[in-house]
Every structure is written in structure tokens, then in C-alpha cells.
Design a protein around this ligand. Structure first.
Ligand SMILES: Cc1ncc(COP(=O)(O)O)c(C=O)c1O
Length: 398
């Protein structure tokens, strides 16, 4: 079933303490079932990285995304690091990624001895500009890392075609798009909706508290490749030998998730349709109330995409006479918390110090980094809070 079938308004209220006068940018929505699963871990003593929930969460999430194997890890950053480690990089191997993303994407490559290479983003979806990728391919390129941004999928068909043509791996970063869908093969007779996370040689997720599914901190790598899955499991757990513990032939990591965290994750996988439905309702409600404000760009949903509006981003045009920090301040004065957009990787001082991206310009990412922010978007947001936020936006901009 596709996600459109489940759109409905939120049915339960936020739990923000009355003492908090701000509408928070994110508030998770957890329930009795979450508590029951976590309590089971505490009651039975299975609180560390073994136990039934690890296995069930891995299987449940992999199945939801249409993949064969899931490998839970400690967070989304370590998911990316593990995925790249599975590919066995040589020093200087390159990965093409968007500049408009979190630093984790570049760190994962650098920690594996590789080099991040960046492209600008699409001005409508804010995802990587797929038309720029081919120009960046060199003999050192090993992988492309599409990063789905703020709930909207990357245009994956061109990425898949390029990867196939040039023999590259795909490390798909689906941290922000749990449950989002992409119409693959739209120019063929075999088009089909596919979930984000189903495209990568290895696909990565974060389950941080602001994600659609949260385990507090947590992450997962998905793949259909049995060899990569086995390698990932071994690397995640210090590369212990299965038949001889404390004997190591490779350098591994401790990236393990706990059974407690997996319990929380599994309970949410079981109500994923409801979670996606709620997020889409929040996104569409914002769009209904904010569309048409002069100088305000709001999220799109391309015809080939089903957006889950992980965070409802907005970008001010210069004609608004305001940049994002000024807008954020005016909203804060009205009790509305926001977050700035990413600053592009190519603008990060830490990378300049390492000689990366020197002199590079990516105008779309530079524009949205200065003019963009996201509004309160958590699952616990109520219709009343959405009204308040939209009223605040109208007051500031009109
Ligand atoms: C696109 C993307 N990738 C990776 C991560 C890293 O995830 P984590 O914070 O769990 O390490 C995030 C975090 O929000 C993200 O937005």
C-alpha cells in the first residue's frame, strides 16, 4: 500500500510542559507500547546488545524498506562510517555527495581514508543536483552518496544509472526520510513506487530523537548483499571471530545498539503507517496555510516523490528583506523555535583547514544556508500549535 492512503490529522495531543512557553522544533511522540517493550528489556535483564529486539528491529525495518538485511548501529553517523568501511576503501578513493548535508557524510568518508567530493543542490527539493554528478566522476570515484533532504527523496533514477554506467557503489543516506517513496523508472514501462532506503548498495538511517522513528540515539545499515551484511555485522562488533572470541584479523568498531533501544524502535516500526500519515498531515497543513506568502519558499512534492516532511523547511527570498537568523529571532519572540538549515560542506572551516573545497562555490546551497530554516515539525505537534506557528510566520512576513 502506498503512503497516500494513510493521510489523516493528528489524533493525540502534545506533551510539552505548560512551563515551556516555546513551541519546540521537535517533540517525539512515544506511547504505552514503546514503554511495554522497553520495560520487557529491564524486566528480563536483556539491556545490552543481545536480545530479541535487536533481531526483530533489524528484520522489521529491513522488511518495511524492502531490503534483505538490517544491521543496527549506535547512530546515523556510525551507520555511514560502517557502510563505507564495508566497501574497503583505498586511500584517496572519492565519494560524490551533496554539499548541502550534515557533516557526518563527509566524516564517514574521511575516517575511511577517502575524499568527499561535493555537488550543489536542486533549488526546489534542496536534494543533490543530480545533473552535476557525472562531471565530478574521476578514476578515483568509488561511490555516490545521495542524501534525501528534510523528507523529500533525491531523484534516484539518474543516480542509479550513473552508478551502473561507471561501476560505482551507492551509499544512500536515508536518515531524514523514513517511509518516503520515490517513483522509480518513471520514463519506462516499469515504473514503481519504492521506499527510500531501498536504493543503496548500502543504505543508512538515523534514529535520533527528531527522526520519524527514534531509539533515542541509533542507526541502521540496510543491504541486499549477504557478504556486505556479514562484513558489517563483524565490523560493528570489534571483528570478533565467530568461533574464537578475542581473536582479531581486522580492525573493527564498537558501533552496537542496545536491546533497550531496539525495543523502542520495533514498537514504532509496528505503527509506521500511522507515523508517516501524521507527518504528511503536518506537512500538508503547513503548506495549505503558508502557500502564497510573498518571498517565502515552502517544500515541494515532486510528481515522482512522496515527501514525509521530516522537517518543514522554508527559504526566504531576498525580497523579503530578511535573512534566516533575523526571521528566526522574530519567530522566537512569538514563542516559535526553529533551526537553521545546513551550512554547506564546502563552507566548513574545518575542511578548509584540511585543504578541502578551497575556492569552491555552490550558489544554491549558499543561498538556502543563509535564507533557510525549519519550523516546528515533531510528531507531537498539535493542530493548535501549527496554527500558532503559521500565524507567527504571517505576522512576520506580511
Ligand atoms: C542526512 C543525515 N545523515 C546523517 C545524520 C547523522 O545521524 P546521527 O545524528 O544519528 O548521527 C543526520 C542527522 O540528523 C542526517 O540528517
Amino acid at each position: 500500500m502506498t503512503i497516500q492512503a494513510f493521510e489523516s490529522p493528528p489524533s493525540t495531543g502534545a506533551r510539552t510542559p505548560k512551563s515551556n512557553p516555546m513551541i519546540p522544533v521537535n517533540e517525539p511522540l512515544l506511547n504505552e507500547q514503546d514503554m511495554a517493550y522497553v520495560a520487557e528489556c529491564v524486566r528480563t535483564g536483556w539491556v545490552s546488545s543481545a536480545g530479541r529486539f535487536i533481531d526483530e528491529f533489524e528484520r522489521g525495518w529491513a522488511a518495511y524498506c524492502g531490503r534483505r538485511y538490517g544491521i543496527t548501529v549506535s547512530n546515523g553517523t556510525t551507520a555511514l562510517q560502517l557502510a563505507i568501511s564495508c566497501l574497503g576503501f583505498k586511500p584517496g578513493d572519492e565519494v560524490i555527495m551533496p554539499t548541502f548535508t550534515i557533516i557526518s557524510c563527509a566524516l564517514a568518508v574521511i575516517y575511511n581514508g577517502g575524499v568527499p567530493v561535493v555537488v550543489d543542490c536542486d533549488p526546489r527539493t534542496w536534494c543533490m543536483d543530480v545533473t552535476e554528478i557525472e562531471r565530478k566522476i574521476t578514476p578515483r570515484t568509488r561511490a555516490i552518496m545521495p542524501v534525501h533532504i528534510y523528507g523529500h527523496p533525491v531523484d534516484m533514477d539518474p543516480v542509479m544509472d550513473l552508478a551502473e554506467k561507471h561501476g560505482l557503489a551507492i551509499i544512500e543516506d536515508a536518515a531524514e526520510v523514513h517511509g518516503a517513496e520515490y517513483l522509480s523508472g518513471r520514463n519506462t514501462n516499469h515504473s514503481a513506487w519504492r521506499r527510500c532506503g531501498s536504493f543503496g548498495t548500502l543504505s543508512c538511517f538515523s534514529f535520533y530523537a527528531n527522526k520519524l522513528i527514534t531509539t533515542g540515539e541509533g542507526g541502521m545499515v540496510l543491504t541486499d548483499d549477504a557478504i556486505l551484511a556479514e562484513k558489517g555485522r563483524s565490523l560493528r562488533n570489534l571483528c570478533f571471530q565467530p568461533n574464537r572470541r578475542f581473536y582479531h584479523e581486522e580492525l573493527g568498531f564498537n558501533f552496537r545498539l542496545t536491546n533497550l533501544q531496539a525495543a523502542l524502535g520495533l514498537a514504532q516500526v509496528e505503527r509506521m503507517d500511522e507515523i508517516v500519515s501524521r507527518k504528511r498531515w503536518i506537512g500538508k497543513e503547513y503548506t495549505r496555510r503558508l502557500k502564497g506568502i510573498k518571498g517565502l519558499q515552502i517544500p515541494v512534492e515532486e510528481s515522482w516523490a512522496r515527501n514525509v516532511y521530516w522537517m518543514y523547511g522554508v527559504v526566504l527570498s531576498e525580497e523579503s528583506g530578511m535573512d534566516a537568523p533575523a526571521f528566526a529571532l522574530r519567530l522566537k519572540q512569538r514563542g516559535i523555535e526553529t533551526r537553521p538549515f545546513f551550512l554547506g560542506l564546502h563552507e566548513q572551516p574545518v575542511f578548509h583547514q584540511k585543504g578541502l573545497f578551497l575556492g569552491e562555490r555552490h550558489p544554491v546551497a549558499e543561498h538556502i544556508a543563509r535564507q533557510g530554516l525549519y519550523l516546528p515539525s515533531g510528531l507531537a505537534l498539535t493542530p493548535e500549535q501549527i496554527s500558532q506557528v503559521c500565524q507567527g510566520v504571517h505576522e512576520v512576513l506580511t
